[in-house]
Ligand binder design. Structure first.
Ligand SMILES: Nc1ncnc2c1ncn2[C@@H]1O[C@H](COP(=O)(O)OP(=O)(O)OP(=O)(O)O)[C@@H](O)[C@H]1O
Ligand SMILES: [Mg+2]
Length: 495
């Protein structure tokens, strides 16, 4: 059930609007004064507020400001018989979802309200990102007694009180996202959203609209207005994962947000203000990327105000024992498996192994071993070291499309349910692609994916058709045909 609060001094109008908007799943509550509406909105935990600008005892704009001050994600639509330029601009600046002139209400009301409710529910779904753990549990969930990890914890504590951007670096699987969540969790923003976006997993053409949102009709296929991640995370923390993969044009826009706290939706000239704490992560060497002109130097300095580096697991061997104990306990609890322990010899083997996939690989190894073992003590022979894909490894040339689309056909079926499969979420990737396809009707999803995959495989193998065909699981002849059919040689810059 969704709830709308409408406030207007005219009883006739309220009756008409309520009648228009009421559905079996939408409740409509009305008020004639601003103060009444304010109370009603919060008491009912409403999803949408529709307000006239001319109200007593304070104006609709003031009501908008007050409501959004208390709830930075509130959806508010303004209506007015006049709609002066100033009031329209002001309302947008204050974060109104839309401004509708009274005369166009009969045509627009339902459309705008449906879009606003949809945007609100998308936003609320971001609560899934909120940490589920209490502080105590959370403390325990980043394990590490090595000097290096203790330094990391101290940094997290120090930066969590400020709003300064944080840059987290470290190899794949070393715990960058975990640290980003901890920074949010311990900050004054912890009650607001933690929104994560993986810059490498989203096609370049969609990344901008994903981050900043877009207006209806701003590009072919933009059939509805879309609220971006910057708006979703207003008041909270935005985690820009794999920032090294962000295309240059998007980098410029991010710089503007960092400098001015401002941005615009695609296809709109209206400047929106946002109060977002940015945490970025990368497993790339950004200094090198700057030298290659793949990353803006000015953005780097803005983001790199505080830097937290996570050392690879092989450099903190002291933590291996602790991590093993932690994961074995966690696995038995979560997977309802009997509790198993490591023998001293097995621990020695674990400590000697270089862990190219870091903590993620260690966790996956223990998971596989716990499932396979028939005894309650793991011996060296029970450890499938090096046999498990290290998920999204710290491969500098790692390609976005490959990572988004997931494993090769047939790869994940057995591994998936045990959580041993690559660490990305294929379901989330599919949902994202479906959303893109729903918005852009000209997009033919499967042919497009096939093309993207082909390009990605060719890039990854630097144009080696044999290797690319192997990655894609097709013959070289098929690959050649696709390269021809899609006309992709030019883009690849390889012949
Ligand atoms: N110190 C730690 N204590 C407990 N669990 C950890 C620790 N470090 C990492 N993990 C776990 O290992 C897995 C990988 O961590 P995370 O996703 O944070 O890595 P990452 O650095 O973001 O990797 P990638 O670059 O591949 O995205 C997660 O399941 C995380 O919970
Ligand atoms: Mg990560």
């Amino acid at each position: 059930m969704q709830t709308i609060v409408i406030v207007d001094p005219e009883t006739d109008f309220l009756e008409w609007a309520a009648h228009q908007l009421k559905t079996p799943t939408t409740a409509v509550l009305t008020a004639s004064r601003a103060d009444e509406a304010y109370k009603l909105y919060f008491a009912q935990e409403a999803d949408l507020l529709i307000t006239e600008t001319h109200l007593q005892p304070f104006s609709g704009l003031e009501l908008l400001a007050k409501v959004r001050q208390k709830d930075p994600n509130a959806m508010v639509v303004l209506t007015s018989a006049f709609g002066t330029t100033q009031s329209v601009i002001e309302s947008m600046k204050l974060g109104a979802y839309d401004f509708i002139r009274k005369e166009s209400l009969p045509f627009n009301l339902k459309v705008v309200v449906d879009a606003a409710l949809k945007a609100q529910s998308e936003m609320r779904n971001a609560t899934a990102f909120k940490p589920q753990l209490t502080v105590d549990q959370h403390q325990d969930s980043i394990v590490g007694q090595s000097e290096a990890m203790q330094q990391v914890f101290k940094m997290v504590g120090r930066v969590s009180h400020s709003d300064a951007p944080v840059m987290i670096t470290g190899e794949s699987g070393s715990g960058k996202e975990l640290v980003a969540r901890a920074i949010h969790h311990y900050s004054r923003r912890s009650e607001q959203f933690f929104v994560a976006i993986n810059c490498a997993a989203i096609p370049e053409t969609l990344l901008e609209s994903e981050l900043f949102g877009h207006e209806k009709g701003s590009f072919t296929g933009a059939v509805t207005q879309r609220v971006g991640r910057f708006e979703q995370s207003n008041g909270g923390t935005l985690f820009l994962d794999e920032i090294g993969e962000m295309p240059m044009p998007v980098q410029s826009k991010i710089l503007r947000v960092l400098q001015e706290g401002e941005f615009s939706r695609l296809g709109s000239n209206v400047t929106l203000r946002t109060d977002v704490r940015i945490v970025a992560a990368t497993n790339k060497n950004l200094e090198q990327e700057i030298a290659r002109k793949h990353f803006r130097e000015d953005l780097f300095y803005r983001l790199n105000v505080v830097r937290i580096h996570l050392p690879p697991l092989r450099q903190r061997v002291e933590d291996v024992r602790l991590l093993c104990e932690y994961f074995l306990a966690k696995i038995s609890l979560q997977k309802h498996l009997p509790r198993v322990h490591l023998s001293e010899e097995a621990l020695k083997v674990m400590e000697a192994y270089p862990w190219p996939g870091n903590v993620r690989e260690l966790e996956n190894t223990l998971q596989r071993a716990s499932v396979m073992t028939t005894t309650d003590v793991l011996l060296p022979k029970d450890l499938p070291l090096g046999q498990i894909g290290v998920g999204n490894t710290g491969n500098e040339d790692g390609d976005a499309a490959v990572e988004t689309a997931g494993p090769k056909p047939g790869d994940s079926v057995a591994a998936g349910p045990l959580g041993i499969a690559p660490a990305f979420n294929i379901q989330a990737a599919i949902e994202l692609l479906f959303r893109a396809a729903a918005e852009d009707h000209s997009l033919q999803l499967l042919p497009w994916l096939e093309r993207e995959f082909t390009i990605a495989a060719m890039k990854q193998t630097r144009g080696n058709q044999l290797k690319a065909a192997k990655i894609l699981g097709v013959t070289r002849a098929t690959l050649r045909k696709r390269i021809e059919r899609f006309g992709i040689t030019r883009e690849l810059n390889i012949q």
